[in-house]
Design a protein around this ligand. Structure first.
Ligand code: IFL
Length: 455
C-alpha cells in the first residue's frame, strides 16, 4: 500500500489553502475539470455517439440498462453537466440527438431503479437547464413505461420491466430499489399536472418505512408481493443507501414533513445501533435489523456518500467524521477500493468502478459550511482520477487499486458524466449558473433545482 505523498508527489498533494493565490487556484482547477469534460465528450462524440457507454481503452461500447440495445445513456447523463460548465454547443448537440433519436419503445427489459435515476433524472435535469418541452415529454414517456412495475400488493415496484410490453420480473427487492424515485417522479407530477408519479412512488417509500423493526431499522431484502422480509441485515451501503437519501431529499425538494420525520427516525436508529468507532475513525456497521447485533466490519464504498447525508440531516459531527474516515482511505489507497474491512484494515474488493461517492459527500458538506477541507478532499479525488483513470479515449474504472501501478479495466459508467465531474466543477468554479443556496441534486447528481438559466 502506498501513501498519498508517494502517489501524488509533494507538489500535487500540497493543500490549496494559501489565501493569496487560493481563489485563482480553484478557478484554474475548475477550468481543468471543464477541459477534461470537453475532451472526454469529444472522444465519446467521435467513437461512441448515441451509445450507452464508451469503453475508453478499446474505444468500443457497452449497453446499459438494456442488454442489447442502446438508449444514449452517457449522452443523457452528461447533458446538465455540460450545461452548467458552459459547454453550450456540446449541450445543444446532445439535446438535438435526444430530440431526434431517443426512443424508448424497445422490446427489452430494464432495471426500474437504474432507468429512473439515470434516464428520467437526466432528461429532467436537461429540461431544467433548457426548458425544452420535448425533454420533459421523453421523461414522461419513460415514466409511463415504468409505472406498471408499481402495480403490486405492497406498491413496491418489481425490479425489472420490459419497456414495450410492460412484462415485469423479480419481486425480491430492496430499500434502494423501492424508495429512490420520489424527487424525480414528484417533479414529473409537478411539471405535467399528473399526480400519479408522485403518489405511487411516495406510497412505496412510506409502506417500506412501516415495515421497520422495533429498533426502527430496515433490512436489505424484501418481497414486493408479500411484503415479507427476506434478509435481516441493516446497512447504509448498496441496496439501501439512497432510500435514506430520498427521505431527506423529499423534505428538501417538496417540503414533505412526513418524509423528514421518517428520515429522522431511521437516522437516529442507524446512529444508535450501527455507529462504530475504531482507532478514532467512525464507521457504520451492518447489523441485524431486529437485535442490533453487529454482523461484520465490512464497508461498502457506496456508503462513503453517507457522511454528506448525515450532515445535511443535521448530524454534522458524525457526517464530518465519517467522511474523514473515507478520506483517510483515499489518502492510503489513492483511489477507494469497492470494499474495506475496518476490523482487519484490509480491502475486501480491490476494484473501483470510477465512483463518485466521496466527492458527493465532500460537495454536500462544503455546501453546508464552506470548510476548505471538503474542497481539498474533492481536489485530491479529482487529481487521483486524472492520474490513475485517464486513458486514451476517456476515463476508465479500475480493476485493482492496490496494484502498482493501479490496474485499469475498460469501462466508463454513465454516472461519471453526471456526478463527480459536476461535483468538482460546482465546488471549484463558483459559477453564476448555479444557485449555491437553494438547489437540489438527485442521487445521480442530476440538478432538479438551482440552475439559473439567465446567467
Ligand atoms: O448510479 C450511481 C448513483 O450515485 C447511485 N448509486 C451508485 C452509482 C454510483 O456509484 O445511487
Amino acid at each position: 500500500m502506498t501513501s498519498a505523498a508517494g502517489l501524488f508527489g509533494a507538489a500535487a498533494a500540497a493543500p490549496l489553502t494559501a489565501r493569496s493565490n487560493g481563489l485563482r487556484a480553484w478557478k484554474t482547477l475548475a477550468e481543468d475539470v471543464k477541459g477534461e469534460m470537453a475532451w472526454a465528450w469529444d472522444l465519446y462524440r467521435q467513437h461512441a455517439w448515441g451509445k450507452d457507454e464508451i469503453k475508453p481503452v478499446s474505444a468500443t461500447t457497452s449497453s446499459f440498462p438494456l442488454k442489447h440495445h442502446h438508449l444514449g445513456l452517457t449522452l443523457i447523463e452528461a447533458l446538465d453537466t455540460l450545461w452548467v460548465m458552459g459547454l453550450d454547443s456540446r449541450f445543444r448537440d446532445g439535446v438535438d440527438w435526444v430530440k431526434g433519436n431517443a426512443d424508448f419503445d424497445v422490446d427489452g427489459e430494464v432495471s426500474v431503479f437504474e432507468t429512473s435515476i439515470r434516464l428520467i433524472g437526466g432528461l429532467l435535469s436537461a429540461h431544467h437547464a433548457s426548458g425544452d418541452p420535448v425533454l420533459l415529454a421523453k421523461a414522461k414517456d419513460l415514466a409511463d413505461r415504468l409505472l406498471p412495475a408499481f402495480d403490486t400488493p405492497t406498491g413496491f415496484p418489481y425490479r425489472f420491466i420490459n419497456l414495450k410490453t410492460g412484462a415485469v420480473r423479480d419481486p425480491e427487492t430492496n430499500p434502494a430499489e423501492i424508495g429512490t424515485f420520489l424527487p424525480e417522479w414528484g417533479t414529473l407530477s409537478r411539471l405535467t399536472g399528473d399526480p400519479r408519479y408522485h403518489d405511487v412512488t411516495r406510497r412505496a417509500m412510506v409502506t417500506l418505512f412501516e415495515k421497520r423493526s422495533k429498533l426502527d431499522l430496515l433490512a436489505v431484502k424484501i418481497d414486493a408481493r408479500s411484503g415479507e422480509w427476506l434478509d435481516r441485515r441493516a446497512t447504509v451501503g448498496s441496496y439501501a443507501d439512497s432510500y435514506y437519501e430520498y427521505l431527506w431529499d423529499s423534505w428538501q425538494l417538496f417540503g414533505d414533513a412526513e418524509c423528514r420525520q421518517m428520515y429522522q427516525l431511521c437516522t437516529a436508529a442507524i446512529l444508535r445501533h450501527q455507529q462504530v468507532w475504531r482507532d478514532g475513525r467512525l464507521w457504520i456497521a451492518d447489523v441485524d435489523f431486529e437485535t442490533g447485533r453487529i454482523i461484520n466490519a465490512e464497508q461498502d464504498e457506496l456508503a462513503s456518500f453517507y457522511g454528506g447525508l448525515l450532515a445535511q440531516g443535521g448530524a454534522m459531527k458524525e457526517g464530518a467524521a465519517l467522511t474523514e474516515s473515507w478520506a483517510g482511505l483515499q489518502d492510503r489507497f489513492g483511489v477507494l477500493p469497492e470494499g474495506y474491512d475496518y476490523a482487519t484494515g484490509k480491502p475486501i474488493a480491490v476494484g473501483n468502478a470510477l465512483r463518485p461517492e466521496l466527492a458527493d459527500a465532500a460537495f454536500n458538506l462544503w455546501l453546508l459550511d464552506r470548510n476548505p477541507r471538503w474542497r481539498e478532499i474533492a481536489r485530491i479525488h479529482f487529481l487521483a482520477m486524472k492520474r490513475w483513470n485517464k486513458v486514451e479515449y476517456g476515463y476508465t474504472d479500475l480493476a485493482d487499486v492496490t496494484s502498482e501501478p493501479k490496474r485499469q479495466a475498460d469501462h466508463c459508467p454513465g454516472y461519471w458524466w453526471s456526478e463527480q465531474m459536476k461535483y468538482y466543477y460546482l465546488m471549484f468554479a463558483d459559477t453564476p449558473r448555479f444557485d449555491y443556496k437553494r438547489n437540489y441534486l438527485t442521487t445521480e447528481g442530476n440538478v432538479l433545482l438551482g440552475f439559473r438559466r439567465g446567467a
